[in-house]
Design a protein around this ligand. Sequence first.
Ligand code: GDP
Ligand code: MG
Length: 457
Amino acid sequence: MAFESLSERFQSVFKKMRKEDRLNEKNMEEALREIKVALLESDVNFKVVKAFLSEVKEKALGSEVTRTVSPSEQLIKICHDEITALLGGDDSELTLPSKGRLMTYMMVGLQGTGKTTSAAKLAYFFQKKGFKVLLASLDVYRPAAIDQLRDLASSIGAGFYETDARDNPRKVAKEAKNEALNGGYDALILDTAGRLQIDEPLMGEIADIAKEERPDEALLLIDASAGQDAVNVAKAFNDSVRLTGVIVSKLDGDAKGGSALSIKYLTGLPIKLSGTGEKVGDLEAFHPERMAERILGMGDIVSLVEKAQEQIDEKEAERAAKKMMSGEATLDDMLKQMKMVQRLGSLGSIAALIPGMPKLSDADKERGEREMKTFEAVINSMTPYERSHPEVLRFSQKNRIAKGSGKTNADINRVLKRFEMYKKMMEEMKRYKKGGKFPPGGLGGLGGPRGMGGFPR
Ligand code: GDP
Ligand code: MG
């Protein structure tokens, strides 16, 4: 399996950290040195290594010491998050076909990276989701390549575009597109020719096809065992064809995997799919987080540390609550609270557990998230003094905030109004707390749809 040696090296770093009682400059220096060697030996680009180490260091030395989480576990969690980010965070979703609107996919890359195989795998992947797929080969220079795709198409029962116009890939692409449109297909997958290295005529040809057919996804194949050069290849293809993502093939081999870890950081291109074998079923949606877990081999520990962090959040919530009760709450506190409530997961699922709580639709949830972003933008554009004394805001300040945040004066007024409500709610809580009773109907629905985490109409 790919990443094996990297994985072993990480494990050894974590193991050494088990003897320590906290992450400090000294033990981190040693850990980082080892991680650095491990990454470089796995062919991860040195710029990426540098950025990775500096993030890990900063987070490790800035992390809170808790009784429930050991330094080793803490380091695992930090590395896990940083590897996830390197692999693309949550930016890895492939555009799926949709019924009634043809989506076009184009496979590009050097020869032997797995374009043809992946074209068929992708077709199979879509077919399992109920879509009708047409495959077309633009590799006009090698009859064997066309035969290869035809055979694969027939083995999965996908459509294959046959043509006599085998001398001009642009023409084949155009005809195939027409055929897909007329034949009621949901997806057209174009397999293109590759070279052993980048060359001008090939780039020009692929650029022309991309310009004419405007694929919804232009996917670059990268062989997991490709070294540092993969990044240059990606840049060159991206200059000719506006790539939308990468497929990493041959992850089932014993590749070091450095290209996969470098590509997003250096090119901005997310890895969207991974090939894990030669068969048509061996294609998977790429999940950076799961891949990070596999590299570090520590999924359960990551969730354990996450739980402990939630406890830290709880403490923070208590602190914030005390502050609110004292009547000193600021807009920052309100924002922090709103975020906490939102982090509790989808408000919808929480609301669903509470009897009598109205169900939130997806649209409600979306509105809530949008609202939250607006609030955050507005509050971030205020000075610290304004955040604790919003009553000083006059028209000119509001204009400044509106400009700074890209929001409107109405948005700002909504934030202020919500803050008023929030303060009133706090007052109410204080009174009832003194009286030892809760207000009828609960605490104004702190986390509920109409409370502070909710959405004013
Ligand atoms: P193309 O030249 O880019 O079209 O590459 P092909 O699709 O013809 O693939 C080249 C070789 O790599 C073939 O022997 C494939 O079976 C093999 N291959 C492609 N993807 C994978 C993969 O994910 N895992 C493994 N083990 N082999 C693969
Ligand atoms: Mg091919």
